[in-house]
Design a binder for this molecule. Structure first.
Ligand SMILES: C[S@@+](CC[C@H](N)C(=O)[O-])C[C@H]1O[C@@H](n2cnc3c(N)ncnc32)[C@H](O)[C@@H]1O
Length: 283
């Protein structure tokens, strides 16, 4: 085992370690390059400033989810990889449901708990590869921008199948490899394209992870969301430091890219900056 892998093992929660060791018969299953320990970064403190969506965009997402529910009665939602709870409260309010947010990062959860207002929302430390819930106990699983961080995506999909009740639904809100060139910051940070290429699943891979776990994909769509009102506002959000790909860039590339966006903002017409996000629905 390389020194890098040893270091990763040493910071992993013991339940995840146990599960990963159970996967020794799937030697390629653990994707070391995807492991991002948010607790070893400054992202948690910056996340909400850098990644805030605002009520209109949250509402857009809640409507998009509702459109796929059919007659499903949603009582319990699992927000898997909930981070700072950017969606957790909105899910509880919109669907009038109990929400359990699970995330391995103590620092992201600390932020989530600081903002905690709705008593239907609870947070717990844990990981997608070892969900601490009984079988068949949730009606909806929502994952936003977390799937690509899972160290073992196949195991995570099987855990989703186990904890979801039979008629339940899984939503995966994610970046996809096919969309990288459409992400607005990519042209400004030359290394980010290759990093995203390494990190993000392609659509067929993602679908296969869930179908192998016993799901069927019932819908897939691209939702275009506004992330900033102008290029200037976009540069301000990015400079807060809430993005895990930009956090891996050299300081030089980060600063040059931000300066390039600001120069662009001085010349460009004022326009909203939009981002296409994939939404997968599995049952
Ligand atoms: C980009 S943040 C997304 C947070 C939140 N879902 C949102 O959309 O704002 C990715 C989150 O995935 C979490 N994560 C990383 N590995 C994970 C795992 N194995 N299981 C569950 N969550 C994980 C990280 O700790 C981080 O909080």
């Amino acid at each position: 085992m390389t020194a890098e892998k040893k270091a990763l093992f040493s910071i992993m929660p013991s339940d995840v370690l146990r599960r990963l060791q159970l996967c020794r018969h799937e030697p390629d299953a653990v994707q070391w390059s995807h492991i991002m320990d948010y607790d070893q970064t400054n992202i948690p403190a910056a996340y909400d400033r850098g990644r805030d969506l605002g009520p209109e965009v949250l509402d857009l997402w809640m409507h998009a989810l509702e459109a796929h529910l059919q007659d499903l009665n949603v009582i319990k939602i699992l927000d898997l990889g909930c981070g700072t709870g950017r969606f957790s409260e909105a899910l509880a309010v919109y669907f009038k449901a109990e929400v359990l947010g699970i995330d391995p990062s103590a620092k992201m959860l600390e932020r989530a708990r600081e903002k905690h207002r709705d008593s239907r929302v609870q947070y717990q430390r844990g990981s997608a590869e070892a969900i601490s819930l009984p079988s068949g106990s949730v009606d909806m699983i929502f994952m936003s921008m977390s799937f690509h961080h899972f160290s073992n995506r196949a195991l995570a999909a099987r855990e989703c199948r186990r904890v979801l009740r039979e008629q339940g639904v899984v939503f995966v809100r994610t970046g996809a490899r096919e969309q990288i060139r459409a992400y607005p910051y990519v042209p400004f940070f030359p290394s980010s394209g290759a990093m995203l290429d390494e990190l993000l699943p392609d659509r067929a891979e993602l679908r296969e992870s869930f179908e192998r776990a016993g799901f069927h994909m019932t819908a897939w769509e691209i939702i275009t969301q506004t992330i900033a009102a102008s290029w200037k506002a976009y540069a301000d959000k990015l400079s807060a430091g809430g993005d895990s790909v930009l956090a891996r860039l050299s300081q030089h590339e980060l600063e040059s890219g931000l300066a390039a966006i600001r120069r662009h903002s001085a010349k460009a017409v004022v326009e909203a900056i939009v981002e296409p996000i994939d939404l997968f629905v599995f049952r």
